[in-house]
Each structure stands twice: as C-alpha cells, then as structure tokens.
Ligand binder design. Structure first.
Ligand code: ZN
Length: 242
C-alpha cells in the first residue's frame, strides 16, 4: 500500500491529539476557577458572618454602657429617699423608682438578647470555618491534580510535536500542503476512513469503483464530495512507522 497514506493517517492521529491537548490547556484556568468557587463562596459567607459578629459585639457594648448608666440613675433615685418630707413626695418617688427600674430591666433584657445573638453567630462562624477548611482541602487536592495533569500534557505535547515534525518531513511538501489545506477546510480532519462504502468524513456514499481503488491503496484517492483523502481499516493494521 501507499506508505504516504500511512504517514497521513499517523499525522492526523498526532494532530488530533495535539488539538485535544491544546483544548484541555485552554480550559484549564476555567477548571481551576470552578474548583475554587465552592471554597470562595464559603469564605464570602464567612466574612459576612464575621462582619455581623463585629456589629453585634458593638451593639452589646453599647447596651452594656446604657445599662450601667441606668443602674447609676436608679441608685441615685433610691438614695434620695431620706430627703423626702410629705407622703405625696414619697408616692412620686416610688413611681420614679418604678419607672427607672422598668427601664433598667428592659435594657438588661436587650443586653441578654444581643449576647445570645453573639453566641449564636460565633457558633455559626465556627461551623463555617470548619466547612471552609474542608473546602480548601478539596480545592488544594484538585489543584495538585490539575497541575500534575497539566505538566503531563506539556510533556506529551512536546513529544507529539517532535513526532509531528518527523512525520511531516517524511510526507514531503506538496502532499503536506494538500493535507494542511484540507485540515483547515474540513475541521481538522483531512483523512477519512471508508465505512460501508461511504466517506467517514462527509458520510456520502462513494462510487464502488472508487472504493475498490481505495481498498487497493496503490494511490491516494480522495472523496468525490469533500475531497478528504480516503483510507480503509485494513490500512491501519500495517505498521510501517518507526
Ligand atoms: Zn467525503
């Protein structure tokens, strides 16, 4: 059979794998970003919980200051008891104490409430921190995997390009130009296998005479419709390279 055909089949195999690798390499940053996104989402949520926590603590401090002021006031009101002379004054005083005490109780209640919210928030932060470190571990492992895969692909690509140059040199200029032109026009496939009498590239039925010539493999034959260079499965079984 035509050894040029064998080289073209091999060249297309190399080209396809190179194309695949370049595609994977192009998508790599996207994959890395996608792998990182669950971790980043948790970090964003965590930051917002921490911000809430800070504002709750501020709220707690301010309520505590308010409570201290109110306790002072209540103490002062109570200490005026000895200055009272009439029963009316005494009644008014009791009322004043009652009002001050009620206000103190209500502030105390809001201090407790905010303390409870601080505690709940702290618990949620702790829980999320645990989730964040788990997500980071998952991401780190995936990053290592992607990086080692990428390093392997770089090696494979170097090797493929070396083989591609050797085969391209063997094919020779006019045929290589024809191959490259077809490759560009036909979405990366310049060579097509004949399957059940049809071109594997454009799927159209080929004239039986043409199929017979392709089977013989003496000359390079191309598809009558898409002009891809045709081969048959049995051409693949003969290893003429190396
Ligand atoms: Zn065709």
């Amino acid at each position: 059979m035509n050894s040029q055909l064998q080289f073209l089949i091999e060249l297309q195999k190399l080209d396809r794998r190179i194309f695949q690798i370049l595609d994977v390499q192009q998508k790599a940053p996207e994959l890395l970003k996608a792998a990182e996104s669950p971790y980043q989402e948790i970090l964003t949520h965590l930051q917002s919980l921490k911000n809430t926590g800070e504002s709750l603590v501020k709220q707690q401090r301010s309520s505590e200051r308010e409570l201290a002021t109110q306790e002072d006031l209540l103490h002062k009101v109570r200490s005026r008891l000895s200055e009272l002379k009439t029963n009316k004054e005494y009644q008014a005083h009791l009322y004043e104490i009652e009002q001050a005490r009620k206000k103190k109780d209500s502030i105390e209640e809001s201090v407790l409430e905010v303390m409870e919210r601080v505690e709940e928030n702290n618990k949620a932060v702790k829980e999320l921190e645990g989730q964040a470190s788990e997500a980071q571990e998952v991401f780190d492992a995936e990053k290592v995997r992607l990086e080692s895969q990428s390093a392997e692909l770089v090696n494979e690509l170097t090797d493929l390009e070396r083989q591609q140059n050797i085969v391209a040199d063997t094919v020779g200029e006019p045929l290589l130009a024809r191959y490259n032109r077809l490759k560009t026009m036909r979405k990366g496939f310049a060579v097509a296998e004949v399957q059940d009498g049809a071109c594997g590239g454009c799927r159209l039925q080929l004239p039986p005479q043409l199929v017979a010539e392709v089977r013989r493999g003496d000359e390079l034959m191309d598809c009558s419709y898409c002009h891809r260079i045709l081969f048959m499965a049995h051409h693949l079984e003969v290893e003429t390279l190396d």
